[in-house]
Design a protein around this ligand. Structure first.
Ligand code: ZN
Length: 421
């Protein structure tokens, strides 16, 4: 009995001592971060006392983005024993971080004597805090879902893995980092986390999916009937970005969207009807003008239809490896024309003529006068619903891409899907 009491006292003294020693060695007791997305991210740090502390910074980097950013914690309201918190709001577009992003973060404590101490770097995935997420994981893709939709999530995982493998082979992407797909159950759940392009869009359009190539994240409305098509289209954009490396903005819009439709496992027959209509009425656009898609909904569908058709033509009629070469050339920041000549052996214009020939279009039918962005603009204000469908593409600069937008349109009393970049 006595012996064990001694042992007990010895252990207490021993542990108190350890605590004392570690407190001496470092001033930081604990640090953590938690997602409050869609509002933001909260960083926490416990310091044992703040007497000698001049400042504390939290430094963090979203995986895929180039640099760390830092913020100063407010030390004025510190009271002993309480955690210091820093709330980083993600609600403004310039501070936006898509849910599913992985962050690396650490704190740096600056002391009054000029020295400083860094906490260990931690990595964490930040999910949408409003739901309790589960996940299914494949080799490259992870689908996050919530609620009784695990079967749907597994189907989406299979579809996404299939598309990622197919497009990676096509474009020569050998190593793939993980991609997070956040599967929401309906549009209203997703509304608060998608990037709204403009007021017009926010009020009139429904985004079914959004790809964030830099952050390796795709958001998708899993409740939509075309959820598998949307998710595979979006995830293809992520692979195109990887294939074109730092020159993603150099990938022409028609090529990016045409490839995304090629990667879409539920290809939309509707595009073919629009393509036929455009051929019959001479409304095809020269690809050189399709770095921007027209605002008019019917013509947007033409642009998607012809991009998809042309990309299929290029894949089916040229040696395997041509697309890989094209992506390499674009990655090397060569012009589009030079890139096509060295990878396909023809200029874009020549390839376009061959494609038209295959479709049975006389090149003399081509209304070249439809080309040019000014004419596209004129078209977009044409017979349809005035300016209501004009989109801003300026956020290209933010490297954030939004696609697959649908709207219930009065035009021709048809329910149509509109996709845009
Ligand atoms: Zn797209």
């Amino acid at each position: 009995m006595r012996k064990s009491n001694y042992l007990f006292i010895f252990l207490i003294v021993f542990f108190v001592n350890i605590n004392y020693l570690s407190a001496d060695q470092t001033i930081v007791n604990n640090d953590s971060a938690k997602s409050l997305i869609p509002m933001g991210i909260e960083f926490n740090i416990d310091v044992l006392n703040r007497e000698n502390i001049e400042d504390i910074q939290v430094k963090f980097k979203v995986q895929g983005r180039k640099s760390f950013q830092y913020e100063y914690l407010d030390l004025d309201n510190y009271s002993n024993g309480e955690s210091l918190k820093y709330f980083f709001s993600t609600e403004q577009s310039s501070r936006y971080i898509p849910p599913g992003s992985k962050l690396t973060y650490f704190f740096e404590v600056f002391f009054k004597d000029g020295s400083s101490y860094k906490t260990e770097k931690k990595e964490q995935t930040f999910l949408d805090s409003r739901f309790k997420w589960e996940k299914v994981e494949g080799d490259i893709v992870t689908i996050y879902y919530h609620g009784p939709v695990s079967r749907r999530a597994k189907k989406m995982l299979e579809a996404c893995e299939e598309s990622v493998n197919k497009i990676s082979r096509l474009l020569g992407v050998e190593e793939n980092e993980k991609i997070s797909v956040m599967m929401y159950n309906n549009y209203s759940e997703m509304f608060d986390v998608v990037v709204k392009k403009s007021e017009t869009q926010a009020s009139s359009l429904i985004t079914e999916g959004q790809a964030f190539a830099t952050e390796n994240v795709v958001l998708v409305d899993g409740g939509s009937r075309s959820a598998l098509g949307v998710s595979t289209h979006e995830i293809t954009h992520v692979i195109v970005a990887r294939a074109s490396k730092s020159s993603y903005l150099g990938v022409p819009l028609w090529l990016n969207e045409g490839l995304a439709e090629y990667g879409n496992i539920e290809q939309d027959q509707g595009y073919e009807r629009y393509l036929e209509w455009a051929i019959d009425t001479g409304r095809l656009f020269p690809f050189s003008s399709l770095n921007r898609f027209p605002g008019n909904p019917n013509l947007t569908l033409v642009a998607y239809g012809q991009s998809k058709s042309f990309v299929e033509f290029l894949i089916n009629n040229f040696p395997e490896g041509s697309m890989i070469k094209l992506m390499d050339e674009i990655s090397d920041k060569k012009s589009i024309d030079d890139s096509f000549i060295s990878s396909f052996g023809f200029s874009l214009k020549d390839l376009e003529a061959q494609w038209k020939e295959e479709l049975g279009i006389s090149i003399f039918d081509n209304k070249d006068d439809l080309s040019g962005s000014s004419n596209i603009n004129k078209e977009s204000k044409g017979s349809c619903s005035g300016g209501a469908m004009r989109f801003e593409v300026s956020s290209l600069l933010l490297l954030i891409f939004a696609y697959f937008v649908k709207k219930v349109m009065n035009i021709s009393k048809l329910r149509q899907k509109i996709r845009f970049l």
